[in-house]
Design a protein around this ligand. Structure first.
Ligand code: ATP
Length: 230
């Protein structure tokens, strides 16, 4: 199995600058790896630091100890110490991140929100839109919504746009932060199917799924974040 992602000795303490610099230790010595074809799920109690781990991998939060290695062919990049330009490059080429909520740019139609990651990777506009349309179709987003900006969509509709955006490109690493929280059972089932397809075609997946059925279906292994409590 090809290793894609490897965390070792990772720690995170939040400093509350607006509370007189109070320190909130959350994680210490986080150790695990994710290989191609795996779907590793993070488990553990609320507040354990599951989302924090995903955000550190994507470079939204800075790890204050350890290494977060992303294996990019023959090159290995440490996200915990890479300069912002390198992190942006790794994101564009290597990592797709589906957050809990869609952060849509105002006035951009849903189909273009979904197609954007492909455009960023240099794919032609037509191809990007075709792939976006195919995914939105599969996720049952009514076609009349495709040309509208998602800002006024329902929670579940926005979440499906968000998932489509995360799955449209074939990035080797896919990070999922509760992607199905506001979906009904039928749509959850479709998302599970899409995730399984990505996993089985060799992507390395790491996610948080509060829904136990979903977890059982997609996970190849679980990592208990409670074991890394600071
Ligand atoms: N930006 C931040 N500033 C300060 N504290 C933060 C910040 N982000 C997270 N925390 C704290 O870190 C801890 C871990 O939060 P995190 O969201 O990673 O937990 P989680 O395991 O994903 O929880 P849940 O299952 O409830 O979503 C919490 O106590 C949270 O308050």
């Amino acid at each position: 199995m090809t290793m894609r992602l490897c965390l070792s000795g990772v720690g995170k303490t939040f400093t509350m600058h607006l509370r007189g610099g109070v320190e909130l230790p959350v994680l210490r010595n986080v150790e695990f790896a994710v290989s191609a074809g795996e779907c590793v799920v993070l488990t553990g109690p609320s507040g354990a630091g599951k989302s924090t781990i995903l955000r550190m991998i994507y470079g939204n939060y800075l790890a204050d100890a350890g290494q977060i290695l992303v294996v990019d062919g023959d090159t290995i990049v440490d996200i915990a110490s890479a300069p912002p330009r390198r992190i942006r490059d790794i994101r564009r080429r290597m990592i797709s991140y589906v957050s809990q909520f869609l952060r849509a740019v105002p006035r951009v139609p849903a189909i273009d929100v979904v197609a954007e990651p492909l455009r960023e990777r240099g794919r032609p506009a037509d191809e990007a839109r075709d792939r976006a349309a195919a995914l939105l179709q599969r996720l049952n987003l009514p076609e009349r919504l495709w040309s509208l900006p998602p800002a006024t969509f329902s929670g579940g509709e926005q979440q499906r746009v968000n998932i489509a955006r995360g799955l449209v490109s074939d990035h080797p690493i896919l990070i999922l932060d509760e992607p199905t929280a506001s979906l009904d059972a039928a749509n959850r089932d479709i998302v599970a199917e899409l995730i399984e397809e990505r996993r089985d075609s060799g992507a390395a997946l790491l996610g948080i799924f509060h829904d136990a059925t979903m977890r059982r279906r997609v996970a190849t292994r679980a990592v208990d974040v409670g074991a890394f409590a600071a």
